[in-house]
Design a protein around this ligand. Structure first.
Ligand code: NAP
Length: 250
């Protein structure tokens, strides 16, 4: 995948201050993409991502904004478009989890996860899409999760949001296919970032025993798939969900 050249393209990666989003932003920049690095509460980390891209010879812009709220989501997209005059790629990566078994899950746990993980992707896609349709080209990559396909005890809210994102992906893909805009979802399994690092040793062992490849994923496993889906070689792939899970739910 090292050879993919996306020079001239502009991307917005939501939740790019940390974890998988930060690696996606850096990887897109390495492929020549100018990247809007969206963040909410970690400005220092977002700044580090932007500086590392710029010192490697790329272009990046810090864009603060809560993607789950209409005005900040709109202004996040607008800042990227006014800085570079266009937008070609949207990676809906921002996500949170509030894990609890159903009987202990309160309405806020439910609402917050649905708001960020599902409504956030809707709002950003809604504000980016007119630009993609107008230029008759564009790529949207939604970061779902294998639990949106398989379900997971303790994650009814998160699994519902991630399953919703898959339905959203497939529907929007059908709406915009004739305009040469592709919309796909990635469904990572367990990737070593903040979310996985919070697990207990016992929980980690239990999960590892269910992964045929015998290891957790790394953020690069996801970022390489993003770059592929944004490449010319993927121009006939849309409405697809690609699992990246070491064979876990195969
Ligand atoms: P993470 O390390 O916890 O990072 C989450 C990112 O989302 C941060 O940059 C955070 O920004 C941002 N964010 C949260 N709420 C936001 C909001 N309202 N508006 C804008 N940005 C917001 O998470 P991760 O593990 O990298 O996960 C990234 C994505 O992959 C998520 O959608 C997650 O569900 C999905 N995923 C992860 C795994 C995994 O194993 N890690 C597996 C499957 C899917 P600030 O810090 O600036 O607030």
């Amino acid at each position: 995948m090292q050879g993919i050249d996306l020079s001239g393209s502009v991307a917005l990666v939501t939740g790019a201050s940390r974890g998988i989003g930060a690696v996606i932003a850096r990887r897109l920049a390495e492929a020549g993409v100018k990247v809007g690095v969206n963040y909410l509460s970690s400005p220092e980390s977002a700044e580090e991502v932007v500086s590392s891209i710029i010192s490697a010879g790329g272009e990046a812009l810090m864009v603060e904004g809560d993607v789950s709220q209409e005005e900040p989501a709109k202004s996040t997209v607008q800042q990227v478009v006014s800085n570079w005059g266009r937008i070609d790629i949207l990676v809906n990566n921002a996500g949170i989890n509030r894990d609890r078994l159903l009987l202990r899950m309160n309405t806020d746990d439910w609402d917050q996860v649905i708001q960020v993980d599902l409504r956030g992707a809707f709002l950003c896609t809604r504000f980016v899409m007119p630009h993609l349709i107008k230029q008759r080209s564009g790529r949207v990559v939604n970061i779902s999760s294998v639990v949106g396909i398989s379900g997971n005890p303790g994650q009814a809210n998160y699994a519902a949001a991630k399953a919703g994102l898959i339905g959203f992906t497939k529907s929007v893909a059908r709406e915009v296919a004739s305009r040469n805009v592709t919309v796909n979802a990635l469904a990572p399994g367990y990737i070593t970032t903040g979310m996985v690092e919070k697990l207990s040793e016992a929980a980690r062992e239990k999960i590892l025993s269910r992964i045929p490849m015998g290891r957790f994923g790394v953020a690069e496993d996801v970022s390489e798939a993003v770059v592929f889906l944004c490449s010319k070689g993927a121009s006939y792939i849309t409405g697809e969900v690609l699992t990246i899970d070491g064979g876990m739910i195969a």
